[in-house]
Design a protein around this ligand. Sequence first.
Ligand code: ADP
Ligand code: ASP
Ligand code: MG
Length: 407
Amino acid sequence: MALIVQKYGGTSVANPERIKALASRVARYKALGHQVVVVVSAMSGETNRLIALARELMPDPDPRELDVVVSTGEQVTIGLTAMALMDLGIKAKSYTGSQVRIVTNSAFTKARILHIDDAKIRADLNSGHVVVVAGFQGVDEHGNITTLGRGGSDTTGVALAAALKADECQIYTDVDGVYTTDPRIVPEARRLKSITFEEMLELASQGSKVLQIRSVEFAGKYQVKLRVLSSFEEEGDGTLITFEEEDNMEQPIISGIAFNRDEAKVTVLGVPDRPGIAYQILGPIADANIDVDIIIQNTGADGTTDFTFTVHKNELNKALDILRNIQAHIGAREIAGDDKIAKVSIVGVGMRSHVGVASQMFRTLAEEGINIQMISTSEIKIAVVIEEKYMELAVRVLHKAFELEEA
Ligand code: ADP
Ligand code: ASP
Ligand code: MG
């Protein structure tokens, strides 16, 4: 007997038929004697609908109230899922995040899980129930409803698997595993049988939304056995996230390509080049809780420097306002924003033992006339910022150049 956490995304609970299919799968696992915890997302499109509704009443919605609204999508699907299971004669019980007590910090819309109280879930599992938990949501220590950021149900699933020391966490979605890149952009993309945790972490952090990054972080920290599978197919091994690199001579240099249109670029032009300037610019940005991704600084011959960094598109205006307020103080000539950018990243542990990967990437982009605006690297990743309109082309040509469609 194993304890399995199964997380189902929006398309996997999109309508009563899909929820019935979910219930049948759970029934098969129960029949094999396993204990099952199910984590569900809202029906696909529902979270977007709720956000749009909130914006009609308040263009920049209050984060606490926004979480009250958007968390309702998952409350609907937990109840429906429990009913579908009961209808098959399976004992089932649903819980919201706050009922479980998935305790988070108070960073509304992007809260972090601090602690999970597993007492109720364990008691229910021991009495033969399937426990259905709402993904994406928690409660802070003051009792406020919080949400974990878009795609956060993945994190609920993996965090629960960690808390319960589950034997496996299965992420059911609308693709049958992790691909070399998003198959919606590159039809030739290939499913990976396994991918290392480190590579998955980079892909997720670079925007591959098949798994939310925090879920991968949890899997790494607690060594959760994590698998991505299709809820539309009965068979299939999906993709296993592994913790050891295979000692494989055939290891490709690049395992996957991620892309992200969610970032915007902020440029502070012509600031005097003196110690402390980076802190003066980024300090107020950090104080406003705005995450910064890539940062570059170029000093000109005239002793002034241009400072460029990227933030989430949603936070571009806030970042620009902050900088315009301190523009005179830091002596900047101009502050500019650009939200027509995209980031494309190639990821692979094979990069560690190969030279020339960056030059191959840059040559491939140059041959298509794609200008690189910013570059950022890690041991197993090279990311470039380019004009948004070239993003899909860049992903396609890189996928081909690194021969990712071939097994
Ligand atoms: P869910 O609602 O089940 O959480 P998501 O839409 O969040 O599903 O994530 C699944 C989607 O992620 C796929 O439909 C696919 O378009 C996209 N995706 C992006 N990159 C990849 C990748 N490397 N492999 C597989 N899917 C990817
Ligand atoms: N329903 C939430 C979202 O759309 C959480 C999730 O699907 O993981 O972002
Ligand atoms: Mg998702």
